[in-house]
Design a protein around this ligand. Structure first.
Ligand SMILES: O=C(O)c1ccccc1N[C@@H]1O[C@H](COP(=O)(O)O)[C@@H](O)[C@H]1O
Length: 221
C-alpha cells in the first residue's frame, strides 16, 4: 500500500493562544492534558477556549494519567472530547470500561521498551489506537525526548496487524520530523516540539507544516 500523509496530533494545548493556533493548524487532533504537570488544564478553561476558537473538523483528545474513571467521564463530557488518551498504567480492562461508559475512542499510550509489543497485543481488543512514546526518568510523557526510531517500523507493522491507528510521539520537532516521516507512520503526536519557552509557537508550527506538506507532495508524485 502507498504511504499516506500521517495524521497530525497537536497536544498539550494549555492556553487560549495555544487553542487559537491549533484551530488554524492542519492538525487533525488537538490534545489537552488532564494530569499533573506544566501542561495540566482545567476543563472549564478548555471549554471557554474552545468556544472562542472552535476547532471545526478537528477532533479533541483528552489525555489522562491513571485518573479515576469518574474523572475521565466527567471531563470528557464537559469538554465534549472525541478521543481519550490513556497515558499512564491503566490496564486493558480499565480502557475497556472507559470505552464502554463514554462511547468514545480510547487510545493507549505505551512507552517504547522491551515489552511494548506484548502490551500492544494485550490492549488491542480494548482500544481504538496506540501512541508509542519515549519513557524518560519514570515520567509518563511530554518529556521532549525521542526513543530510537529504528524501532518505528516494528510498531507500524503491529498497528497494521491489529488494524489500529498508531501514532509516534516523544521529542518530535520540526527539525527531526523528516527523519520520522521516512518511516511513514500513520500518525505523529507533538507537544513540546512546538513550544518556545513553554508556549506553542506559530513559527515552529509553520516550519513543521512546511515539512509535512513537502512530504505529502513527495509521496503523491
Ligand atoms: O505534556 C505533558 O505534560 C504530559 C504529561 C503526562 C503525560 C503525557 C504528557 N504529554 C504527552 O506526551 C507525548 C509526547 O510529548 P512531547 O512531544 O515529547 O512533548 C504527547 O502525547 C504529549 O501530549
Amino acid at each position: 500500500m502507498l504511504p499516506q500523509t500521517p495524521m497530525f496530533k497537536m497536544c498539550g494545548l494549555h492556553s487560549e493562544n495555544d487553542v487559537r493556533l491549533a484551530a488554524s493548524s492542519s492538525a487533525s487532533f488537538a490534545g489537552f492534558v488532564f494530569a499533573p504537570g506544566k501542561r495540566n488544564v482545567e476543563p472549564a478553561n478548555v471549554r471557554k477556549w474552545l468556544q472562542a476558537h472552535p476547532l471545526c473538523s478537528k477532533k479533541i483528545a483528552a489525555l489522562f494519567v491513571n485518573a479515576p474513571v469518574r474523572k475521565v467521564i466527567a471531563v470528557v463530557e464537559e469538554i465534549q472530547a472525541d478521543v481519550i488518551q490513556l497515558h499512564g498504567e491503566e490496564p486493558p480492562e480499565e480502557a475497556a470500561v472507559i470505552r464502554h461508559r463514554t462511547g468514545k475512542d480510547v487510545w493507549k499510550a505505551l512507552p517504547h521498551g522491551e515489552y511494548t509489543h506484548q502490551q500492544i497485543d494485550a490492549y488491542a481488543d480494548y482500544v481504538d489506537g496506540f501512541i508509542i512514546d519515549a519513557k524518560v526518568n519514570g515520567r509518563f510523557g511530554g518529556s521532549g525526548e525521542s526513543f530510537a526510531w529504528e524501532h518505528v517500523p516494528g510498531y507500524i507493522k503491529a498497528g497494521k496487524a491489529h488494524r489500529l491507528p498508531l501514532f509516534i510521539a516523544g521529542g518530535v520537532r520540526p527539525e527531526n520530523v523528516e527523519d520520522l516521516l521516512a518511516y511513514h507512520p500513520a500518525g505523529i503526536d507533538i507537544s513540546s516540539g512546538l513550544e518556545k519557552d513553554g508556549i506553542k509557537d506559530a513559527g515552529l508550527l509553520e516550519q513543521l507544516e512546511k515539512r509535512l506538506n513537502s512530504y505529502a507532495a513527495d509521496i503523491s508524485r
